[in-house]
Design a protein around this ligand. Structure first.
Ligand code: BG6
Length: 507
């Protein structure tokens, strides 16, 4: 059991009865309790519009924990956890109840010794964010002092366009200073995404290779088998570009492409990520036609089940042109990456659930005959494939290197082999398995570490990039087609790489 000191505070969850709270936040908090990460000077207040007692709320969340936690419920731990878990009814869109909420929180401060420190977690529908922040401000529940501290945690999407993100940011930063704003991108809390920097910067084996000198291309794929799952209204506004690319995919790209930061702290790392986002070459009407592939799933079958097409989903327009798939060829226009394409791909209802990064190295100099490059190398009778470094983010957390060696036997043949590091197998076995992203992110908020949260300038740059594609799409300059569920997306996504003499690595 770990024994750590984390700051005393109250975590106030707006949207306490919502899906995110039930599926992710409460299970993550229970997991933290299970590992002894939650001190006694800590409480959770879930705020919701429905009427219910603490007891009712605790019973409901127990079911969610049972379903979604990575630990079995231990009655002793659960009972202790419940002593720190409260429910408060509040119509959070109406200023009238905020004084009462404030008084309630002060009572908890007295009982638990939480010293007035508060993390307000906005887990409501995004359209409520602005009103809640304004109400916190009016009721003087948001102070910008060091002691006590009060922080705001905002779930994605941060806006649904550049202008709405700017507007939201203006409202938040009128109330909280940037150091107290925690914009969540849960991918940054995933174990293998956090590993990217470790792998890049702390290995003589990889660090010298990390540029256009040795890397041929980088592929980032985040594929899902699920559809939009009753989120039609939200998804119609964002599409895959706003839902996945603006945040998760560009964040991964920034971590892979950034220069070494001059310190491993939140500001230095985020400074470097912003530079990458600023160096991404803008798409033009010419490049979108070739380098942007958008698609939408039609009806079909996934994992042996019949599934409706996107246009038949609840709250989706029957002639919707919203993309549920995106593949892009991105250029990072700086000396390190000139000439190295970053291919990114994400979509719903694809062949498998997986997120991975494939770094493909350039072919070995000795592939061809040193005397005549048209004749295969005489020493080995088979052509070797490229070296790959694969960082698999999910479902398995692993990293492997694919390299070439001589096939055992009399014939001089080369074959690709893999050397794999499996995170769960080697390190986390004794601790059940590795933490869920939300466990890490909640601890970081409480401890005031914003390294794994997106700063405003990152959000702004990413939205600017997405807006450009959306504008070109609206002008009919992007390729848009339908794809069958259970495939890897529209055929054009394959052509995107085939045109460059490459292919997606579906490893
Ligand atoms: C969310 C998107 O941010 O990420 C969802 O809104 C998507 O549409 C989800 O399904 C994927 O997250 P994960 O952790 O399951 O890869």
């Amino acid at each position: 059991m770990t024994n750590v000191s984390i700051a005393p505070c109250i975590l106030v969850i707006f949207g306490g009865t919502g899906d995110l709270t039930h599926r992710k936040l409460i299970p993550a908090l229970y997991n933290l309790k299970h590992q002894n990460w939650l001190p006694s000077r800590f409480a959770i207040v879930a705020v919701g519009r429905r009427d219910k007692t603490d007891e009712e709320y605790r019973n409901e969340t127990r079911n969610s924990v049972k379903k979604h936690s990575r630990f079995e419920i231990d009655d002793n731990i659960w009972n202790n956890f419940c002593r720190q878990l409260f429910y408060k009814k509040l119509d959070f869109l109406n200023i009238d109840g905020y004084d009462e909420l404030n008084a309630f929180l002060s009572g908890i401060d007295n009982e638990f010794g939480t010293e007035g420190n508060r993390a307000y977690y906005l887990a409501t529908a995004p359209e409520n964010f602005e009103t809640i922040i304004k109400n916190l401000h009016i009721s003087k529940m948001a102070v910008n002092t060091e002691k006590p501290w009060q922080r705001i945690v905002i779930e994605k999407p941060f806006g649904s366009s550049l202008s709405s993100a700017r507007r939201l940011n203006k409202i938040i930063s009128g109330v909280f200073s940037e150091r107290n704003i925690y914009r969540i991108d849960h991918y940054l809390g995933k174990e293998m995404v956090q590993s990217i920097m470790g792998v890049r910067f702390f290995n003589t084996l990889f660090e010298p290779l990390w540029s256009n000198k040795y890397i041929d291309n980088i592929q980032i794929s985040s594929c899902e088998t699920i559809g939009i799952e009753n989120r039609g209204e939200y998804y119609e506004k964002t599409g895959a570009l706003g839902d996945m690319v603006q945040n998760h995919m560009l964040q991964i790209l920034a971590l892979l492409a950034m220069e070494p930061p001059n310190a491993f702290n939140a500001e230095a790392i985020r400074d470097e990520k912003v530079k990458v986002l600023s160096s991404i070459k803008e798409f033009t009407s010419y490049t979108t036609a070739c380098d942007v592939v958008l698609g939408q799933y039609s009806e079909g079958e996934v994992e042996g089940r019949k599934v409706p097409g996107y246009r038949q989903e609840n709250k989706v327009s029957p002639d919707s042109e919203t993309e549920t798939f995106t593949a892009l060829k991105i250029e990072v226009d700086n000396p390190r990456w000139k000439g190295v394409p970053f291919y990114i791909r994400t979509g719903k209802r694809l062949a498998a659930k997986r997120t991975d990064i494939v770094i493909e190295l350039k072919p070995s100099l000795y592939i061809s005959n040193p005397v005549d490059s048209n004749i295969p190398n005489p020493v080995f009778s088979s052509a070797p494939g490229p070296n790959l470094l694969v960082i698999r983010i999910q479902p398995r957390e692993e990293l492997f290197i694919q390299f070439n060696t001589k096939r055992p036997g009399i014939l001089e043949k080369i074959c690709p082999v893999r050397m794999t590091y499996c995170q769960k197998c080697e390190i986390c076995q004794a601790e059940n398995n590795s933490p869920d992203a939300y466990e890490k992110l909640i601890i970081d908020v409480i401890n005031g570490d914003s390294t794994l949260f997106t700063r405003w300038d990152e959000v702004e740059k990413s939205w600017a990039f997405i807006e450009k594609i959306k504008a070109l799409k609206e002008a009919g300059k992007c390729c848009f087609s339908f794809y069958k569920p259970g495939t890897w997306g529209p055929e054009e996504s394959e052509h995107l790489l085939e045109r460059d003499g490459r292919h997606w690595w579906n490893l």
